[in-house]
Design a protein around this ligand. Structure first.
Ligand code: UD1
Length: 372
């Protein structure tokens, strides 16, 4: 029997912590003699050191076999570059399975290419829906899921969404959350950021803020209103704001100057988890961070009207603030009064999701029984 070749696609920052533990588990099986080989394909959607290579080194992800260097550009430009370049790779040597993760442009682009070449697609973190089609990620999720053959899910809600879309139970594997695998395994390695002492940060005496969604950052007026309202309510505590490149372009024009707003570059993974685990609360428009704060039991205020991760609100520490500045003020007050809800762990967010994924890959998808 010939060795089976599978592709693993990663393109943007939130993908890297999702693929790292899957690769670790796969490598264990390969070392045990399982007849499988993988190619790691970095689409290059994120390319700055702080957005990409630092994550590879901190998480011990191997050097990609290919980098598609898709870089900046409109989403159609990025999608087309990724599609053309991934197709070239598959034409030279087709794989038998393409594994895509999350909901970024790279996820959708590679799933289309593989599927059109009759290569099976497995989607990790499948079935999430915000039901807000103004978000590019929602389109990416819908398109990717619509053509995927196998679905690895993080929640019961995701399973329901896929069943509702007409997929068969036999295609859906409820495995848990690979991002939490990484969080659990890396927490002991978390690193105090270089500005910790300089800014006099202590456990519970600062907020963390991240913003990158077009709906929050593309209008300078709206972005400056958000910052003003946050700073008005966080008393005299510092707000640590690791600034995403998209947001930086707008902030430079706003020219806001407030002694409590500490702008720092995007943080590498180990520094970022140190920051959030010790924060009083996190204010964000990210989906992934609301999962991490749920596990770390840190209050999370999400500046969005919807979430594709409802369990972070239903049983976790997250609430949706949308654009409601009154709700923002009362929520921050509740945090100061120590009245925030306690989070519980969603099912299978236990650090073993990647192990389950690899077991299903070998046993149910590629029919390669691991050697004992
Ligand atoms: C992308 C994902 C989003 C994810 C986010 C995490 C899509 C549609 N969106 O959004 O789901 O939450 O990543 O960060 O895939 N840029 C740099 N350096 C980089 C990367 C980007 O300067 O390393 C700049 C680009 O030039 C562009 C802007 O940042 O102007 C946005 O980058 P892009 O990858 O298009 O989308 P994100 O907003 O990062």
């Amino acid at each position: 029997m010939s060795i089976k070749l599978i592709d693993i696609i990663a393109g943007a920052r939130p993908n890297f912590m999702k693929i790292a533990p899957i690769i670790t588990e796969l490598e264990k099986e390969i070392n045990n003699g399982v007849e499988i080989r993988f190619r790691l394909i970095h689409t290059g959607q994120h390319y700055d050191k702080k957005m990409s290579s630092d994550f590879f080194s901190q998480l011990g992800i191997p050097t990609p076999h290919f980098n598609l260097n898709s870089g900046s550009g409109s989403q159609a430009e990025q999608t087309s570059k990724i599609m053309i370049r991934y197709e070239e790779i598959l034409l030279k040597e087709p794989s038998c399975l393409c594994i895509v993760v999350g909901d970024v442009t790279s996820t959708m682009a590679c799933s289309i290419v593989a599927k059109k070449m009759n290569i099976k697609v497995a989607h990790v973190e499948a079935g999430l829906r915000s039901y807000d089609e103004s978000m590019p990620e929602e389109i990416n999720r819908i398109v990717t899921d619509s053509i995927s053959d196998f679905f690895f899910t993080t929640s019961k809600n995701a399973n329901k969404n896929l069943i509702k879309s007409g997929f068969k139970k036999s295609q859906i594997f409820f495995v848990g959350n690979t991002m939490i695998d990484t969080l659990n395994s890396q927490m002991k390695n978390s690193i105090k950021p270089y500005f910790w002492d300089k800014e006099n940060l202590r456990i519970n005496n600062y907020f963390v803020l991240t913003l990158h969604r077009p709906s929050n950052v593309d209008s300078e007026v709206h972005l400056s209103n958000i910052l003003f309202e946050i700073l008005k309510n966080t008393k005299d505590l510092k707000v640590i704001f690791p600034v995403h490149p998209r947001t930086l372009k707008k902030l430079t024009n706003i020219g806001l100057n407030n002694k409590n707003l500490i702008l720092v570059e995007p943080q590498s993974y180990l520094e970022f988890i140190y920051l959030i685990k010790n924060a009083k609360a996190v204010i964000t428009d990210s989906g992934g961070i609301s999962e991490e704060t749920t596990i770390l039991n840190i209050p999370c205020l999400t500046l969005r009207n919807s979430t594709e991760r409802p369990e972070t609100c239903e049983i976790g520490t997250n609430i949706l603030i949308g654009n409601d500045f009154n709700l923002l003020a009362t929520s921050i007050l509740r945090i100061f009064e120590n009245k925030w809800k306690k989070g519980k762990k969603p099912m299978y967010w236990d650090g073993k999701a990647s192990k389950r994924i690899v077991e299903h890959l070998l046993n149910d998808i590629l029919n390669l029984k691991p050697t004992q």
